[in-house]
Design a protein around this ligand. Sequence first.
Ligand SMILES: Cc1ncc(COP(=O)(O)O)c(C=O)c1O
Length: 512
Amino acid sequence: MDGVDTNPAASVEGCSFQPLNPEDVRACLYKAVDFITDYYTSIESMPVLPDVKPGYLRNELMASPPEHSAPFDVTMKELRTSVVPGMMHWASPNFFAFFPSTNSAAAIAGELIASAMNTVGFTWQAAPAATEMEVLVLDWLAQLLRLPASFMNRTSAGHGTGGGVILGTTSEAMLVTLVAARDAALRRSGSNGVDRITRLTVYASDQTHFTFFKACRLTGFDPANLRSIPTGPETDYGLDPAKLLEIMHADFRAGLVPTYICATVGTTSSNAVDPVGAVADVAAMFNAWVHVDAAYAGSACICPEFRHYIDSVEHVDSISMSPHKWLLTCLDCTCLWVRDTHRLTDALQTNPEYLKNDATESGMATDLKDMQVGVGRRFRGLKLWMVMRTYGTTKLQEHIRSDVAMAKAFEELVRADDRFEIVVPRNFALVCFRIRACGAMTEEVADEVNHVLMDRLNISGKAYLAHTVVGSRFTLRFAVGSSMQEERHVRSAWELIKKTTTKIIEAEEIMQ
Ligand SMILES: Cc1ncc(COP(=O)(O)O)c(C=O)c1O
C-alpha cells in the first residue's frame, strides 16, 4: 500500500507505498503523542492490575494478519479498547511493586527520536555521533557516581584504560563480564581452550538476583561450581566477607580457580548491600574479577549522601547500574563500566571483513559491538543524554531524595502501628514490612495473613505491591519511586493497607 492512511476518506489507490512519508509520520506521531498525554492524564484512575485472564487478547484482536491497509485511527482504537485494558500500569502512581520503571518527558522524546533515526551503531564508522554520545554520557554518569578516572572511557582526554557501554539489561552486563573473567582465568591457567573451564568457580550471596546464576550457566561455568553464599539478619542479608574468604580458600585448596564474584548494592529482595571494599580485598587474594551489580541503587549513588554504598569501587573490575530503574530513563538502559576495556574486548571483539574501516584501524575509535553480545545496537545514549542534559544533576538528585523521603515517611507510618513490623532496615526507597505475628497468630499464620493482604490490595486495583521472603518469612515490598508518585499516593496506599488489614484480622479472629 501507500503511506499510512491517517485520513479515512482519503483515496489510496494508485499511490506507491511510502512508510516514512513525512506527513504521515507527523500525523501518526501527533496521534501517538495525544494518546500518551491522555494516558498519563487518566492513569491514576485506572486499576493498576488489569482484570484479564491469560489469552484474553486473542479474543479481542483479529486472529489473522490483516491483508489490507486500515486507517491509523482504527489501529489506535484497537490499542485503546483492547490493549490498554490488559496493561499492568507500571507508570501508575499507585504502583509500588518490584522496582520502579521510571521515565520522563526528556527520555520519551529521546527514545522517539532514536527510533526515528534508527541508526545501527556497531562501529564508530557506522554511527559516529551515536557512539561518541554513548561514550560521553557514560563518562558524565561516571562523574556523577564519582567513579575513579580508570573507569572513564579511554578515548576521553586524559582518562584511563576503562570505559563503558550501554546494554539492555543487567543480565547482559553480567554475561559479558563473566565471559571476560572466564577467558582471562583460562588464559592465566595456560589454556585458551574449554578443557579447564570445569575448574573455574564463581561466587555471590544467596540474595543475588537469580539472573546471575543463569548468566553463569550461559557462560559455561559448571553448575557445581556456582557458590551461593548464605546470608542472614546478622549482616542485614549482605555478603559476609569472612564466609566468602573461607569458601574461596576451600575451593583454591581443592585445585579450583576462583574466577568471579558478583557483589550487589541494593538486592532485589530487600535492598541488602554487599560490602564492596571487603569483597574486593578477598577477591584480590585470588585474582578474581569483582562485578558490582547496582542495578537499582546505583542511581541513588549520584547523591553524595548515598555514595558511600559504592566506596572502594576503585578496587573492583566492573560495575553496572540501570537508569531505566531509577534515573528517569525508559527501558532499556543498563550502563556498564569496566576498569580495563581490553579484558572485555579481548573476549568479545570480532573483525569481519565487511566491517573493516579506517577509523577502527586507526585505534582512535570505540567500536561498541566489541563490548556486547550482539552486533546491532540501538541509540540508547540519546535518551540518557537528553535526561541528563535537560534535568541536570540537581533535579536528578532531587528526584532520588524525594523518593527516599517518601519511603522514609511510609516506614515511619508502619513503625507507628504495632500490628506491623519492618523486616529489614531500609536503605533506599524500598520498605520491607509485614503484619507481625502476635497473640495466637503464629509466624506461619502471619505468612498467610500477609499473603491475603497483598492479594486483596492488588485485586482492589488501587495499589499494587509485590512480595519477597526474608529469613523464610513472607514479606511485603513497598517500592516508592514510580515517576508520577507523590506523597498523597503513599499516604492513601497506607490507609488502604491499614483498612484492609483490620478487615482481615477481624475475620481471622472470628474464625478462631
Ligand atoms: C539488583 C538487580 N540485579 C539484576 C536484576 C536483573 O535485571 P535485568 O532484568 O535488567 O537483567 C535486577 C532486576 O530487578 C535487580 O534488581
